[in-house]
Write a protein that binds this ligand. Structure first.
Ligand SMILES: C[S@@+](CC[C@H](N)C(=O)[O-])C[C@H]1O[C@@H](n2cnc3c(N)ncnc32)[C@H](O)[C@@H]1O
Length: 238
């Protein structure tokens, strides 16, 4: 697929593999984690220096799934300091996780694995990793955080929830409000395309929304880099 050419990584293969092994548990050798995918693993080399430099104490993640990114954040950050990680997820899955979708999954099992994996990660670090769950859709959970007074509260925000352009746009705009000035906003799957038999539907991809957001907010953001299909930016003014 086209994305494979642009990123050097066939993300479509990952999705197909996860669809095939959706009920098979993959346990890493050195831990008791239970994951069925390795979507996040390729980002660790880029995230590690960024997180070490930034040292975020307050993190917000939109889209936690079975906790691959969450456990990485716990391991990386709570080995050095106490950290507060807010996780927003409906645990209902996106369109791609529904029956017949490109990455079909039993979301009840996915949610159970998230809780297990987070507990394993918390048990393996020297500092407190406080996980605050906001179970629900981001279009209600993000405004709730704002209504609680958390404008400019977060040091680091990771957006990896719905991949539908209108949802991504809303997550971006509300995430911006929740991010402190100089904080970092990361979007996953900038170049992700759903493998549909009818071809690519740009409204079912994040790119159009991320492009619209970065264009409209160009005076308030500094793009850092765009490796591995992610996009990193720093908020530079309110
Ligand atoms: C790609 S997965 C997240 C992967 C995770 N960050 C990781 O690295 O393993 C996307 C998650 O977003 C959730 N999701 C999809 N649409 C959402 C929405 N509108 N609001 C909240 N969560 C949503 C799904 O339930 C799913 O668990």
């Amino acid at each position: 697929m086209e994305v494979a050419k642009e990123t050097g990584k066939d993300y479509g293969d990952d999705i197909a593999r996860v669809a095939q092994i959706k009920s098979i548990k993959m346990t890493t050798m050195e831990t008791n984690y239970v994951f069925t995918n390795s979507w996040f693993d390729r980002h660790k080399a880029v995230w590690s220096p960024l997180l070490i430099e930034l040292g975020p104490a307050r993190v917000l993640e939109v889209g936690s799934y079975e906790g691959n990114s969450t456990t990485y954040l716990i391991e990386t950050l709570a080995s050095h300091r106490n950290v507060e990680i807010h996780c927003i997820d409906s645990w209902e899955g996106g369109i791609e996780h529904k029956a017949g979708g490109s990455a079909e999954a039993d979301m009840t099992e996915v949610e159970a694995r998230f809780h297990h994996n987070v507990m394993v990660a918390q048990g393996g670090v020297s500092h407190e990793a406080r996980i605050i769950l906001h179970k629900g859709f981001s279009n209600t959970q993000l405004p709730k955080l704002l209504a609680e007074g958390k404008q400019g509260y977060f040091d680091f925000i990771y957006i990896d929830g719905s991949h539908q352009a209108p949802d991504v746009l809303l997550d971006a705009v509300l995430g911006f409000e929740l991010l402190r000035t100089q904080g970092i906003l990361v979007f996953d799957d900038y170049l992700w395309q759903e493998p549909l038999s009818s071809g690519v539907d740009p409204i079912r991809c994040p790119k159009m929304a991320i492009d619209a957001f970065t264009n409209i907010y160009c005076r308030k953001l500094k793009l850092i880099s765009a490796p591995l299909g992610q996009l990193y930016m720093q908020k530079i003014s309110q």
